[in-house]
Write a protein that binds this ligand. Structure first.
Ligand SMILES: *Cc1c(COP(=O)(O)O)cnc(C)c1O
Length: 389
């Protein structure tokens, strides 16, 4: 049986007519940049997320960059980011010649550890970027409290978490000062190319974002500030408008798959329960825990990724590939050990939890259209690996 890590074709098949029509509608209008399609899309996402302002942008990375530019982050400023995330979270800070300051992740959620965040604050710290990694909210109450005590901006990297709710019901991305989303095709809500969204409840910030999204000209060709070309194409907006109404049902299917995986691993005797952080004979596989599962909100975790941890991770991955099961390592190298950040002076051992995660985690297929046979095959293949190794 073949189980790809992600297969977007069944989703396309199920919405083909609407998606094709949306793209043709844009082609017929010949209105590709800004315009009504984008404005409608922004209104729909603004209403869905229950936030005051939403702006379509060119990518999740550009959403983060634009957020930092909106706060006028400059050389010499420090921005705190978790060391374990997708590269963009830290890359955007360095692109503005500011200094990313890395902090440890939580061993259960893989999200930023609020205590370490607080420890790393200096007089130069301007902002923090909590990431809602793999589709689960970071500990926002703690983060907002610390940030507000130190007058820091909070930019939420919700690239992997569109539709995720914090334990109080709010959508992630709408809790900090600015929230950033990605529509990269492999995210839970993917466009047909690059795309992103930036949201805020602050009128003044929204105005700065609006202007900086189009080079900073206001009125056009008159520049008080410098921005960039951070626009979202009309074709992407049209595609995303078709997909948004289906996001909830896709998230529920991902949750169903994750729950089923947990159950199958426990039945196979490979794990006792979710959220364990140490290997032993009864826990050869460490299962992810949805920490807000019992808070009563529907989208406590949207499983952009379902990550397990195993000791012989690389050998398992090879075994899975041989058995035609797609897997991925998110992410093999934390920021503090990346070559491009060597001049920041971090070393191996600085963030043991993140290093442990980088060395042991592996993502399994979790996309909505997976069949129960496929889920069973994935777990029985992993069982076979442990029987043979
Ligand atoms: C995907 C991702 C981004 C960047 O989004 P793009 O749209 O690919 O630029 C940023 N942060 C995280 C955590 C991501 O997963």
């Amino acid at each position: 049986m073949r189980v790809p890590l992600l297969d977007l074709k069944p989703q396309y098949k199920s919405l083909k007519k609407e998606l094709d029509d949306a793209i043709i509608r844009v082609a017929e209008s010949q209105y590709f940049i800004m315009g009504p399609e984008l404005a409608e899309m922004e209104k729909e996402f603004q209403q869905y997320l229950n936030v005051k302002h939403a702006w379509g942008v060119s990518s999740g990375t550009d959403a983060l960059l634009l957020a930092l530019m909106a706060f006028d982050i400059k050389p010499g400023d420090e921005v705190i980011v978790p060391t374990y995330s997708f590269f963009a979270t830290a890359g955007v800070v360095s692109r503005l010649f500011a200094t990313p300051v890395f902090v440890e992740n939580d061993s259960v959620t893989f999200n930023i550890d609020p205590k370490d965040f607080e420890r790393k604050i200096t007089s130069k710290t301007k902002a923090v970027i909590p990431v809602h990694l793999f589709g689960q909210s970071a500990a926002m109450d703690e983060i907002m409290k610390i940030a507000s005590a130190h007058n820091l901006y909070v930019i939420e990297d919700a690239a992997q978490a569109i539709g995720t709710q914090y334990k109080d019901g709010r959508f992630v991305g709408t809790i900090g000062h600015i929230g950033c989303f990605s529509f990269f095709p492999s995210k839970n809500l993917g466009g047909y190319g690059d795309g992103g969204l930036i949201v805020t409840n602050d009128d003044q910030l929204s105005e700065i974002i609006r202007i900086k999204r189009v080079h900073g000209g206001e009125p056009k060709y008159y520049h008080k500030v410098i921005g960039g070309n951070f626009r979202l194409d009309a074709i992407q907006a049209a595609v995303l408008r078709v997909k948004l109404p289906h996001l909830q049902s896709w998230s529920e299917k991902r949750q169903r798959n994750a729950k089923r995986y947990n159950q199958l691993f426990i039945e196979a005797g490979l794990a006792e329960e979710t959220g364990k952080t140490k290997f032993d004979n009864k826990n050869k596989v460490l299962l992810p825990k949805a920490v807000y599962e019992n808070s009563g909100v529907k989208n406590f975790h949207i499983y952009n990724q379902y990550k397990i941890r195993v000791e012989k991770r690389d050998a398992l991955r090879e075994f899975m590939t041989k058995h035609e099961i797609g897997t991925e390592i998110y992410y093999p190298v934390p920021f503090h050990l990346q070559e491009c950040f060597a001049d920041l002076g971090y070393k191996k051992g600085d963030f043991p939890i993140s290093e442990f995660s980088a060395n042991t985690s592996i993502a399994l297929p979790i996309y909505p259209e997976l069949t129960d046979e496929q889920l069973q095959y994935v777990v029985s293949t992993i069982k076979k690996f442990f029987d043979e190794n």
